[in-house]
Design a protein around this ligand. Structure first.
Ligand code: ATP
Ligand code: MG
Length: 604
């Protein structure tokens, strides 16, 4: 490839709206063009990078025995109604919809469980065809609330989505494990350090799930983990042992109602109590209450609501994902949770906001209390009476409403690791992939069945697996860049080697040597660029550092002595004989690729 024909387009300045390295550098180096708000055109260089990412993904997913297909992006409302998810996705406004000329409404694929389950129902009839996995690499649309960070969170992106079908739970476990290994292998081949953490199953639903994360300070996910025990989980899901609060009193025989005028927030209440005879009491001795209305729908689309009170320790936060899951288990699939309006709070507690407690007088349909508060006390709870709290509250003794224990609290750094008991640590990550055990959620609701060995019809047991191929490109940049620009791992670089003639424009010896090296590289199957542009060497070097080509060969003054410069991106310059330039670069490319393959082979 000749640089003069590449339509290279680099910017000296960072684009104003780019907050993170990948967005900034991909734009500056000409990979990414903003084509509208949150809409991007992948330029020729990015097209090559994403093509390589997709090729590696396909090779590794193929190794699991999965079959690649292409599903429509335009998906009929009817197929989504069969699973009941049309309503869910409309309620959360995640799905973009379009109308055709006959006013028929279609969804633009945010994911494809419905379409693929319908397909399996049509083409898989017998247990003898199972297990089978179908996958694609195709465009997805999601009407994200906050598209940002360039390719990281967009309304239109490329996803590898795979769906496995099984006759037994053991068979699903095997494919899930094969996918886990395939994911680790494919990220290793891309030179990406990714790790798996336990995840919430979210709107897709199901029983078990893991997310693959790339560690990055700008990551939108918070991960709690312990390096020795191997425990890792997204904060939405993590279970951390809450450290015990210092004792402040022994439980009295009964709790007392205390006038706490005009103090509602936990810290104010504790400050007031401390100043009024309850020395040593602190936020961790309080019961924090959040009051919500959960919304959902019945089978016929009729709205359902439930009033919910959730309690956790005063110094901690209720985790809305856990709360949603808990209410879903007890009541109906929760589509949204909204805080109660002040009037609803008054109706539920008989008091102004700020005085809710699980004692007498609380009127809600669901009352949940953090399970780690079992046997903990005495506590301070709202009295369901304006300006009053109950001090010396013991949940098991004093609750005045039917309640359930639940895992409700967001884990925090310092909580006890569920595996080792040691303090959990926290870091940020970018979710690049996700694997789920779905069970029969879709096949049962959509009545997609196969004939089992027993001659009876059974719904498929399913798994699903996603990788954001375009987000992976951005994550790779977050992990591989420096002050000068991108530093692509060899396997996903748009080109592997650039040969730069750096003499006078008409220096035949320099130009001839560069042409020959370029030719030799191409002949060996190396993706090489010859920088034949009419530009100063300094400008060329800056461009290639920014674009992030892994190896650079410079033919300059040294040619007179038979020497050229060989430089890995970010490494040091070596002067080598001109005849060694191509062989050395060819070997370096192959070694780099082999090292990445070896890292994949080391995955267990
Ligand atoms: P997130 O929590 O980041 O919104 P998700 O959990 O909704 O993602 P999945 O449904 O698990 O995403 O989709 C599989 C993969 O698709 C994700 O792991 C991610 O890599 C990618 N992905 C999801 N949403 C986007 C988006 N808006 N832009 C780019 N990639 C995305
Ligand atoms: Mg996910």
């Amino acid at each position: 490839m000749r640089a003069s024909r590449m339509n290279l387009w680099t910017l000296r300045e960072d684009p104003a709206e780019a907050e993170i390295a990948s967005h900034r550098l991909l734009t500056r180096a000409g990979y990414l063009h903003k084509s509208g708000a949150g809409l991007y055109l992948y330029g020729p260089l990015l097209h090559r990078v994403i093509g390589k990412i997709q090729a590696i993904v396909s090779q590794e997913i193929d190794r699991t025995g999965a079959l690649q297909v292409t599903m429509p992006i335009l998906q009929e409302q009817a197929v989504w109604e069969r699973s009941g998810r049309w309503a869910t996705y409309q309620a959360s406004r995640t799905m973009l919809t379009v109308k055709d000329r006959n006013d028929q409404v279609f969804g633009l694929a945010p994911t494809a469980e419905e379409v693929v389950t319908d397909y399996a129902g049509a083409v898989v009839k017998s247990y003898k065809q199972l297990p089978v996995t179908f996958y694609q690499q195709h465009t997805k649309f999601r009407d994200e609330i906050r598209p940002r960070f360039g390719l990281m969170r967009v309304k239109e992106f490329i996803m590898m989505d795979a769906y496995s079908f099984h006759a037994t739970a053991e068979s699903l476990d095997q494919t899930y494990e094969a996918m886990r290994v395939a994911y680790h292998r494919l990220f290793a081949r891309m030179g990406l350090q990714a790790f798996a953490v336990e995840a919430d199953s979210g709107a897709i639903g199901g029983s078990g799930s893991h997310e693959f994360m790339v560690a990055a300070a700008i990551g939108e996910d918070t991960i709690l983990y312990h390096p020795e025990s191997g425990y890792g989980a997204n904060r939405e899901r993590a279970r951390g042992g809450i450290p015990a609060a210092p004792a402040w009193a022994t439980a009295p025989a009964a709790c007392t109602k205390v006038l706490t005028p005009k103090v509602g927030a936990i810290d104010e209440v504790m400050g007031f109590l401390t100043a009024n005879g309850f020395a040593g009491v602190q936020a961790a001795h309080g019961l924090k209450c959040v009051l919500f209305v959960a919304g959902g729908q019945d089978d016929k689309g009729k709205p359902l609501t439930a009033t919910v009170a959730a309690f956790t320790r005063g110094d901690r936060e209720v985790n809305e994902v856990k709360l949603t899951n808990a209410v879903t288990r007890l009541m109906f699939p929760v589509l949204n949770l909204r805080p109660m309006h002040p009037d609803e709070v008054r109706a539920a507690t008989g008091a102004e906001p700020g005085f809710a407690g699980p004692g007498a007088g609380l009127k809600v349909e669901v009352c949940l209390i953090e399970e780690q508060l079992k046997g903990v006390g005495p506590l301070v709870a709202g009295a369901n009476e304006t300006d009053h709290h109950l001090v010396g509250f013991v949940i098991e003794r004093d609750a005045g409403v039917a309640y359930q224990w639940a895992d409700l609290t967001s884990a925090a750094a310092g909580d006890a690791c569920p595996l080792s008991g040691k303090p959990l640590m926290e870091r940020r990550g970018i979710e690049v992939g996700h694997i789920f055990k779905l069970g029969t959620k879709y096949s049962a609701s959509m009545q997609c069945v196969f004939t089992g060995a027993d001659g009876k019809l059974h719904p498929f047991i399913m798994g699903c697996y996603g990788i954001g191929s375009s987000r992976v490109a951005a994550a790779a940049v977050e992990q591989h860049h420096d002050a000068d620009g991108l530093r692509w791992p060899m396997s996903i670089a748009p080109y592997q080697v650039v040969v730069v003639p750096a003499g006078k424009p008409d220096d035949a010896a320099v130009n001839g040597a560069a042409e020959q090296i370029h030719k030799d590289l191409l002949a060996a199957g190396i993706e090489a660029i010859l920088d034949d542009r009419d530009a100063k060497p300094g400008v060329k070097f800056k461009d290639w550092d920014l674009v992030g080509i892994p190896l650079r060969i410079v033919c300059g003054r040294g040619i007179a002595n038979g020497l050229v410069e060989f430089k890995p991106r970010g490494g040091t310059v070596a002067e080598i004989p001109v005849a060694e330039a191509a062989p050395r670069a060819i070997a370096a490319v192959r070694e780099a690729l082999a090292a990445l393959d070896a890292a994949a082979d080391a995955v267990r």
